[in-house]
Design a protein around this ligand. Structure first.
Ligand code: ATP
Ligand code: MG
Length: 139
């Protein structure tokens, strides 16, 4: 069993597709192990995306991620990191496969509806960033 962090970004919440995104996870057999809606501060967004701090889009990305509420979820299942990224589609929605979340709902390369951890180590860091021991079972 693997875990990954999923975020429905401010554009996804604004577009009223929270239920649609969650339905795609559940239809694929993915379990939601923890979930909440929060509104990040700039500092909190910068901490979450610290790996991207040298990238040219860092300031714009962290502004976007603080522009409205987000839904954060810990997803659980076999091979869930790869499964989630397949459901999400490519970062750039124009390159994403038909039927993926980003292909269906993204606005541009930045406002691309969802985030998903890209490896077990980043998943562990990201789940720990948002969920404490009362909110998700240690394993
Ligand atoms: P995420 O980490 O959100 O799951 P990802 O792993 O597909 O997405 P990353 O390369 O980690 O993509 O980039 C993180 C996020 O930064 C992207 O999801 C997108 O919102 C934004 N981003 C990435 N590349 C660009 C870019 N060239 N211009 C603007 N924003 C970008
Ligand atoms: Mg990434």
């Amino acid at each position: 069993m693997e875990r990954t962090l999923s975020i429905i970004k401010p554009d996804g919440v604004a577009k009223n597709v929270i239920g649609e995104v969650i339905k795609r996870f559940e239809t694929d057999g993915i379990k939601i192990a923890a979930m909440k809606m929060i509104h990040l501060t700039k500092i909190q967004a910068q901490g979450f995306y610290a790996v991207h701090k040298e990238r040219p889009f860092f300031n714009s990305l962290t502004d976007f991620m603080t522009s409205g509420p987000i839904v954060v979820m810990a997803l659980e299942g076999e091979d869930v990191i790869a499964k989630n990224r397949k459901l999400m589609g490519a970062t750039n929605f124009e390159e994403a496969e038909q039927g993926t979340i980003r292909k269906d709902y993204a606005t541009n390369i930045e406002q691309n509806v969802v985030h998903g951890s890209d490896a077990p180590e980043t998943a562990a860091f990201e789940i720990g960033y948002f969920f404490n021991d009362l909110e998700i079972q240690k394993r």
